[in-house]
Design a binder for this molecule. Structure first.
Ligand code: UDP
Length: 471
């Protein structure tokens, strides 16, 4: 069989780029040619992977700042999520890269596009060139099912108050949410630029060949089935992608040495909220006090907060030996895999959630925005490997509202509470299943085999055939 060539088009955001890179590495390890198309700001991690011996190609295209009106320093979605002025410019910039990408498709003739969901126009590009487009949402089956059932049935219209939970219909489990835990774009379809963009994404999904999912069958079998059989989507589970690449990041970071000094297994709580979360200073202060009150050892990664005023007085000094505050970017996967780490306080971003599963860790769930409140339900009520901190408010920036008592209660609950041992056992079970899924002959391994076959034998619908494609 000739070598298949796949273009990966990730969104410019850490949480999207990381799994897309992993997927490219995975495809390449199975003999395909994988090319990542991205902007200069995201070329570093790809170059690093190339340096470590991964055979992935990189093509950079300029991010059209001038034509979109976007300031030059904005290079990633992480920087604009809570800014209503910049967000539409960012989307404009994303739509302006259609032409350069199509020029590349014409020149290099790939056999398939794996596109981030935030690039809906790639459905048109794929159709123009008669190649399949695979969408990557970067989330769980569970959250895709919740979101789609909500869109179809609008169960939130049945409740009169924000404090009244509504049931998501048709799902295999009884899942209830509050209106305040759901995004505007889930509640109102045509409200603003962002919800219109989401609408375009949904429409482009329907015009795609299928969906690639960073999950594995045994993690959420009911929802994999619901998605493919009830919602009738074509999907391949390829995850956990973080396990497919065997690359441990940042092996020399200071916090790993700190963890090495902790000899008791499962004794440290790791606290991190991904790449985009923003808390108010008051909330950071409350979180610090909650960690203190929990009595547990911890590593806390802080990405927002600016100056130090939000820390309680002499906090780091008082916590010395017990708690470590790390500012900036941490080697999360290596931390989660460290034997001293015993639980994960997470915002339920899907990459983090799945990395927690892969490390066999019970979690404290503290969702903030995006589809994180859905993932929380999967962790706490379906998988039953987590304790919710009790956040009730969906918010992109300036998050607050969780008390120190709630933090301390949830952290103690997951570490030493009544159900903690059972949760830890279930989490360990999921970890083992995750490894089996990606091993040769496992469900994700076989799904990729089937997908490669599907790409190799793809025949475009008649009207899609394009004169550019030579073979
Ligand atoms: N991450 C990391 N170090 C950090 C913060 C985040 O390595 O200090 C990684 C984390 O391991 C995960 C990704 O960044 O792979 C975050 O993705 P997720 O979907 O959890 O959240 P998002 O950042 O998209 O909100």
């Amino acid at each position: 069989m000739r070598q298949l060539h796949v273009f990966f088009l990730p969104l410019m955001a850490h949480g999207h780029m990381i799994p897309a890179m992993d997927m490219a590495k995975l495809f390449s390890s199975r003999g395909l040619k994988a090319t990542i198309i991205s902007t200069p700001a995201f070329s570093e991690p790809v170059k690093k992977a190339q340096h470590s011996g991964f055979k992935i190609e990189l093509i950079t295209i300029g991010f059209p700042h001038r034509d979109s009106g976007l300031p030059d320093h904005i290079v990633s979605l992480d920087q604009v999520t809570s800014d209503p002025k910049l967000l539409p410019m960012f989307f404009k910039a994303l739509s302006l890269i259609q032409q350069p990408v199509e020029d590349l498709i014409q020149r290099l003739n790939p056999d398939c596009l794996v596109s981030d969901m935030f690039l809906p126009w790639t459905a048109d590009s794929a159709a123009t060139f008669g190649i399949p487009r695979l969408v990557f949402h970067g989330t769980s089956y569970f959250s895709l099912c919740v979101s789609e059932e909500m869109r179809r049935h609008k169960p939130f219209n049945d409740v009169v108050s924000d404090s009244e939970p509504f049931l998501i219909p048709n799902l295999p489990h009884q899942v209830k949410l509050l209106k305040t835990q759901v995004s505007d774009y889930n509640l109102h379809e045509n409200k603003d630029d962002f919800s219109r963009w989401i609408q375009q994404m949904r429409e482009s999904d329907a015009r795609s060949y299928g969906v690639v999912i960073n999950s594995f069958h045994d993690l959420e079998p009911d929802y994999a089935r619901h998605y493919t059989h009830v919602l009738e989507r074509k999907a391949w589970s390829l995850g956990p992608l973080s396990l497919c690449t065997n690359e441990i990041d940042g092996a020399k970071h200071q916090c790993l040495a700190w963890l090495d000094s902790k000899k008791k297994p499962n004794s440290v709580v790791y606290v991190c909220f991904g790449s985009m979360a923003k808390f108010t200073p008051a909330q950071l202060n409350e979180l610090a006090n909650g960690l203190d009150a929990s009595g547990q050892d911890f590593i806390w990664i802080v990405r927002s907060g600016g100056d130090e005023e939000w820390l309680p007085e002499r906090f780091e000094e008082r916590m010395e030996g017990r708690g470590l505050v790390v500012r900036g970017w941490a080697p999360q996967r290596a931390i989660l895999d460290h034997p001293a780490v015993g639980a994960f306080v997470t915002h339920c971003g899907w990459n983090s959630t799945l990395e927690g599963v892969c490390a066999g860790l019970p979690m404290v769930t503290w969702p903030l925005f995006a589809e994180q409140f859905f993932n929380e339900k999967l962790v706490t009520e379906v998988l039953r490997i987590g304790v919710p901190v009790g956040n009730k408010k969906w918010q992109r920036g300036a998050n607050e509202g969780v008390s120190r008592e709630a933090v301390a209660r949830a952290v103690r609950g997951v570490m030493v509470g009544g159900g903690a041992a059972e949760m830890r056992r279930r989490a360990a079970d999921s970890k083992e299943k995750a490894r089996k899924a990606v091993a040769e002959g496992g469900s994700s391994y076989e799904d990729l085999t089937a997908l490669i076959q599907d790409i190799a034998t793809y025949v475009p619908p008649k009207k899609m055939v394009c004169s550019f494609k030579s073979d």
